[in-house]
Design a protein around this ligand. Structure first.
Ligand code: 6GU
Length: 248
């Protein structure tokens, strides 16, 4: 897939694009990232990208001509493909794993990093963009959010993760938190790895992990359990956990 990132701060991405899973996905030719410096599309000789809001008020608004120019420089990069365009803003729809899976199917994503008070509303008529937020808190700019979207969709591209990792599935694919994990040594400063995990009994280990995943989810994210169809086994585990927690 191609991901075009429109930003006032292209330098922000230099480190992250060259590290870890995103680097591997790019080097394998599975993900192509274009960094589009919005300032290059300023229409005056000073490189102005923002201006005062009509009607007054604090902050600056990103100019429509600049954004549309930057968008049009990449919108035909994949022949015959209309890009799916997202603008990062705390006003947006919150990114979920389900939405990330949908976005990962696109041939061409355009991510516009919002800054200042936002983007001139008229840009919407040319970009047909959706608005994306990565959670209920405020960032100083959309670059960190665009990186989150890029990471979430890149790791879902076929061939990016190793077989073991992708077969394992993601915690949120199943909408339960993961069980705790341990590695060597068996004992560290008096703390032992749970015996079940050392037992070699795969069925017992599966049950232990399922129970601990439910325990964590109930404690930290009970919202993930409500309105969710549970197996008989899950319901039994949850009853046991509730009894344990009540008596401790
Ligand atoms: Cl997408 N942008 C900004 N500036 N702040 C955010 C955000 C995005 N998502 C959460 N907070």
């Amino acid at each position: 897939m191609r991901v075009s990132i429109l930003t006032l701060n292209p330098g922000f991405f230099a480190g992250p694009l060259g590290e870890g899973m995103i680097r591997i996905a790019r080097e394998a030719g599975i993900v192509t990232v274009d960094l589009v410096p919005i300032r290059d599309f300023a229409t005056d000789r000073y490189g102005t990208t923002d201006d005062y809001p009509y009607g007054g008020g604090a902050g600056m608004v990103m100019k429509v001509d600049t954004i549309v120019g930057a968008f049009e420089s990449v919108s035909a990069a994949e022949p015959g493909v209309t890009p799916r365009t997202l603008v990062t803003t705390p006003q947006g729809r919150v990114l979920t794993q389900e939405w990330a899976r949908e976005l990962a199917q696109e041939r061409h994503l355009v991510l516009v990093c919002g800054r200042y008070r936002g983007i001139d509303e008229r840009a919407g008529a040319f970009l047909s963009a959706e608005e994306v937020s990565i959670g209920d808190y405020v960032l100083s700019g959309g670059e960190a959010a665009a990186l989150v979207v890029l990471d979430a969709v890149s790791r879902l591209q076929p061939g990016v993760l190793g077989d073991a990792e992708s077969a394992r599935g993601d915690s949120f694919s199943e909408a339960l938190l993961d069980a705790p994990v341990y590695t060597r040594p068996e004992e560290y400063r008096g703390l032992r790895v749970p015996e079940t995990l050392l037992s070699g009994n795969h069925e017992q280990i599966r049950r232990w992990r399922r129970r601990e995943a439910l325990r964590r989810t109930l404690a930290r994210r009970p919202d993930l359990l409500s309105g969710r169809a549970l197996s008989d086994e899950d319901r039994r585990f949850l009853d046991e956990i509730r009894k344990e927690e009540a008596s401790s």
